[in-house]
Design a protein around this ligand. Structure first.
Ligand SMILES: Cc1cc2nc3c(=O)[nH]c(=O)nc-3n(C[C@H](O)[C@H](O)[C@H](O)COP(=O)(O)OP(=O)(O)OC[C@H]3O[C@@H](n4cnc5c(N)ncnc54)[C@H](O)[C@@H]3O)c2cc1C
Length: 388
């Protein structure tokens, strides 16, 4: 029997632990925090906020895997009436439909965007500058970067296509992602995985089998003492708000004039806030020179436009900056293949959402975890068959 050590008990670490245990390995997970889940934790208390991920994309590779194991639990679908309340800010005003030029970028006939050009240049050639700018800003909901137009065209195009299907493709587990994490932890436990919390690992253990490092890339750089472990990511102000309910509030507002998204999460899941209150989160990407306050100010402009009388209705609020925590973004001339590789040699494997694996956001964590287990246990064919 193989012995596998997993460092980090977030979504990637739990995926790796379950996959390895299902293949018959003896697995131990070490998690520094007192609870599992990492960035997929849901806050305790009356306001059940998520730092992300809020959305579980059903076209993603993790969806089938989680479903097959009954690890998703109940979903919180958007009621049709609420879906019709998605608004877009364009040229300072709210509208219901995207500008026509932006839709040109979603036509089937639209070419595959190149990885070596920036999105703004490529998309302007396809749909004109106005359509390109609106599309770039809309795609920020899935990439959390202050200037999506400056990123690789292929990278942004993939996220734009996924994000345009948001109302049908992006699912929210009822009660937040904590429920998925709890179910994954239960599955791991039943498979005999040993899970130690409050167990920060400062160096790769000596006498051991394969080690899967499933921390953030920053933590992995320190742990593996490898300065080359870096990749670009986003910086986003997160503005959490609870408001007294009012009929007719928007379900979500996407800013097409600048990157930004505000969603009323209780529109689909009433369990996230006390009765009579609505829970909203604004995700406003900010540039390197900007502070969290700039993000908050932009969120407030969007709130003024779409949530009438919101200032008088606030019952709770909080703001933070999520720096380098929203997964990899690829600059022109690079793709996921150029990110830090999974196989680090000497039986050490690196997984997470900033490593060399395809997918959007947590899908990169999932795909890299599967790949690491396949490499560590040399069972790629069996895993590929199971996934198929
Ligand atoms: C604002 C925001 C919005 C997001 N929205 C979405 C979305 O809509 N959809 C989506 O799919 N994804 C989304 N994401 C991304 C998603 O949250 C991450 O991709 C995913 O949770 C990463 O999981 P992970 O296990 O790779 O890393 P992490 O969740 O960071 O887990 C790493 C774990 O390792 C532990 N650790 C670190 N160092 C050590 C050590 N030395 N020893 C032991 N343990 C250690 C940490 O405590 C942590 O629990 C969002 C992220 C953010 C921040």
């Amino acid at each position: 029997m193989h012995r596998i050590t997993v460092i980090g008990g977030g979504f990637a670490g739990l995926t790796a632990a379950i996959t390895a245990a299902e293949a018959g390995a003896e697995v131990t997970v070490y998690e520094a925090h007192h609870t599992l889940g990492g960035r997929a934790r849901t806050a305790e208390g009356p306001y059940r906020t998520n730092e992300g991920p809020h959305a579980l994309y059903s076209a993603g590779p993790h969806w089938t895997w989680l479903k097959q194991r009954d690890l998703i639990g109940a979903l919180a679908p958007i009621p049709p009436l609420e879906a019709a309340r998605l608004r877009l800010r364009h040229k300072g005003a709210l509208r219901r439909t995207p500008p026509f030029a932006m839709l040109k970028l979603l036509r089937r006939s639209c070419q595959q965007a190149p990885a070596d050009a920036d999105f703004m240049t490529w998309a302007t050639g396809q749909a004109g500058a106005e359509g390109a700018r609106a599309a770039a800003h809309y795609s920020a909901v899935a990439l959390f970067h202050h200037d999506p137009g400056s990123l690789s065209a292929a990278f942004v195009q993939e996220r734009l296509r996924r994000a345009m299907k948001l109302p049908t493709e992006a699912n929210c587990p009822r009660g937040g992602w904590a429920n998925v994490i709890d179910r994954m932890a239960g599955r791991a436990w039943n498979l005999g995985v040993r899970m130690e919390t409050l167990a920060q690992v400062d160096a790769v253990p000596a006498d051991r089998g394969p080690v899967i490092v499933a921390t953030s890339l920053d933590a992995a750089r320190r742990l593996l003492k490898d300065a080359s472990l870096t990749w670009t990511s986003g910086r986003t102000a997160l503005v959490d708000l609870a408001l007294r309910s009012r009929r007719g509030d928007a379900f979500a507002v996407s800013d097409l004039d600048a990157p930004g998204w505000i969603e009323r999460f209780t529109a689909r899941d009433r369990t996230l806030a006390p009765a009579g209150e609505q829970l909203l989160q604004g995700q406003i990407p900010i540039a390197p020179g900007e502070t969290g306050a700039h993000g908050v100010a932009r969120a407030e402009q969007l709130l003024d436009l779409a949530f009438e009388g919101w200032r008088e209705r606030v019952t709770w609020r909080r703001a933070s900056v999520s720096n380098g925590r929203t997964g990899a973004v690829d600059l022109p001339g690079t793709s996921w293949r150029d990110r830090p590789r999974i196989d680090r040699g000497d039986g050490v494997y690196l997984v997470g959402d900033q490593v060399a694996a395809p997918g959007v956001l947590s899908e990169v964590s999932f795909n890299s975890a599967m790949e690491a287990v396949a490499l560590a246990l040399r069972i790629r064919e069996r895993l590929d068959l199971k996934r198929a």
